[in-house]
Every structure is written in C-alpha cells, then in structure tokens.
Design a protein around this ligand. Sequence first.
Ligand SMILES: [Zn+2]
Length: 106
Amino acid sequence: MNTITIYKTKEEQLRILPCIKCGSDDIEFTNHGYTTFNRGTAWCKGCGRKLNFSINWDAHDYDIALIWNRENDLQTLKTRYQNQINELNDQINEIDRLMKELPEEK
Ligand SMILES: [Zn+2]
C-alpha cells in the first residue's frame, strides 16, 4: 500500500492545573528566550511559588505549562515519591544483605 504523510495543524486547549501549595490557577509563564541554556519560569501569583527549569530555545508557553502541570499533578507527584521510596527500600535491603554477610564482631 502506498502512503503519504500529511502534517495537520490543530488547535488544542491545555488545562492549567492549580498550584499544589495554594490552589490558585493564576500562573504566569515566562520564557527567558536565551538561545543557549534557556530558562523557563512558572510563577504562581497566588502564593509566589516559582518553578525554574531548563527549556529548549524554541519552547513556547505550552511547553512551560506542561512542565508546570507535571509538577502540580498529584498523581504524578505521588508516583514520583513512591518510586523514590521503592528505590530507598531497595538500598536499605541491600545494606541489610551486606550486614548479614559481615562476620560478627566479638
Ligand atoms: Zn500557589
């Protein structure tokens, strides 16, 4: 089957998640516009919470909003923290295993 690729432009609405610290959805996004080592900022006008992060030189508000949403999505944060707990438990278990292998002090 012969196929061709068609690129379509489509408008999409992105819901901005409220700030996890204060619940405000009045968030200002800033792209510093550097051509290298560009920075983006999301600033909650409700409580002043500010997120700073690296972004591509050609990033848009949309990209910054995605990062904001990721950092304010409760399920994402819970999963992240659960993964950290699991990782720490693995390290504790490894330490327990090593401690059992050590000869007992007399
Ligand atoms: Zn806030």
